[in-house]
Design a protein around this ligand. Structure first.
Ligand code: SF4
Length: 398
């Protein structure tokens, strides 16, 4: 990389760092998203080899990086954790390798697809895939098989999805997911929410969104906040979000979260344990404590799933992960400790409780339809040095 180009990318990155993101029109700024390697190389020093790799990867999993998120990267640090979350890495070309098998759909979403974007895996929860579009395409995304790609999994007619939910009185809550529902045009989001607000058996609705982290500019749109406020006055609204690193907690994201909290929306965080991003005690400690400081509840820390083109560079072996999380918990007060370390498995959600010697103890929190007896059962597995998923670990007993 010629030094002049390094200098230029520094200047550009500095210019981004100084922008007043809160004042921007979110639609205009979206048009300036980084979507290919040539644009990216204006901001980050990339070698010819890196450019070549990224060109190949962008054919398989597209790139979108908002300039705001790009401004959080240290351009001179190749191992920068923020960079790892948004810039493609050559390792994304590895489908199977050292960590074991991979799959496109580790959570078994497709088996519970009821059409119209409705995934109904647990009796009490319906998830609606509202869009395949996000403000940013995260490199560790577990829905890589659909996000940013043309597919038939997302909702085409939300009224039909709402009809399904209304016809199933066992459903107590809806998760609007994607893609990112907060990136839908406000009018469409309002229509979707309107079709849920009068379903009597729904206790609450969740809008899963990474917008507070990757594109907080969207939350400075008063019309959107008014829609969320209005819905929350009729039915309780939660926004599960996805901060993975304390450097994602900025003055802009803090204020964006505050705008949600000011209209009574509770914001919970679902992080993922990711190699080279947050797989050390200090980062986990700063993340959970930093979230509490801005009024976001640490809710889940997911074990990275065995997703094709994700697993081999992001997954942390369970043996290492459980020790890290246990050590980090020593520094947490009661509220910071409330998050659960989770495996979101095809059979259901499993809490990783801890280890006794070399035995990993898990508790099943949710089970598939018709498998009620699995809820609350304990599972025990033998830890191995490299095993990163339930299926990698031999069954064991205490
Ligand atoms: S915002 Fe969520 S759904 Fe979208 S790419 Fe990132 S992790 Fe995947």
């Amino acid at each position: 990389m010629p030094s002049e180009a390094v200098h230029d990318s520094n200047v550009l990155s500095t210019a981004l760092a100084e922008k007043n993101w809160k004042e921007m029109d979110y639609r205009q700024e979206l048009k300036r998203n980084i979507t290919n390697v040539d644009e990216l190389s204006r901001y980050l020093p990339l070698t010819a080899e890196e450019k070549n790799d990224i060109r190949q990867i962008e054919q398989i999993h597209p790139i979108i990086i908002p300039r705001y998120y790009l401004s959080l990267i240290d351009p001179q640090d190749k191992d920068d954790p923020i960079r790892r979350l948004c810039v493609p890495d050559a390792q994304e070309m590895i489908v199977a390798g050292g960590m074991g098998d991979t799959t496109q759909d580790p959570y078994g979403d497709d088996k519970h697809d009821k059409g119209n974007g409705v995934l109904h895996k647990y009796d009490y929860t319906a998830l609606v895939v509202t869009s395949e579009y996000c403000a940013m395409y995260c490199r560790h995304c577990f829905r890589k098989r659909m996000v940013g790609l043309t597919n038939d999994k997302t909702v085409k007619n939300f009224h039909k999805a709402a009809e399904y939910i209304a016809d199933h009185p066992e459903i107590t809550n809806v998760v609007m997911s994607g893609g990112d529902p907060l990136m839908l045009p406000t009018k469409i989001l309002k229509k979707m929410l309107d079709s849920l607000r009068d379903i009597p058996h729904l206790n609450h609705v969740r809008i899963g969104s990474r917008v507070p982290v990757s594109y907080p500019i969207r939350l400075f749109d008063d019309e959107l906040i008014e829609v969320l406020k209005d819905f929350n006055s009729a039915k309780t609204l939660f926004v599960p979000t996805h901060f993975n690193h304390p450097r994602e907690i900025t003055s802009v994201s803090t204020e964006a979260v505050k705008r949600l909290r000011d209209v009574g929306v509770t914001v919970n965080n679902q992080a993922v344990l990711l190699a080279g991003v947050n797989d050390n005690v200090k980062t986990l400690r700063d993340l959970m404590n930093g979230l509490l400081r801005i009024g976001v509840n640490p809710y889940y820390l997911y074990q990275c799933m065995p997703v094709a083109r994700v697993r081999h560079h992001f997954q942390v072996p369970l043996k290492k992960g459980v020790d890290l999380v246990d050590e980090a918990r020593r520094y947490f007060d009661g509220y910071a400790k409330r998050f659960k370390f989770i495996i979101a498995h095809d059979i259901g959600k499993l809490e990783i409780c801890g280890r006794i010697g070399n035995k990993l103890v898990l508790k099943q929190l949710h089970a598939r339809h018709g498998r009620d007896e699995e809820i609350s059962r304990l599972l025990v597995r033998e830890l191995t040095e490299t095993g990163g998923w339930l299926d990698d670990l031999p069954e064991a007993s205490l």
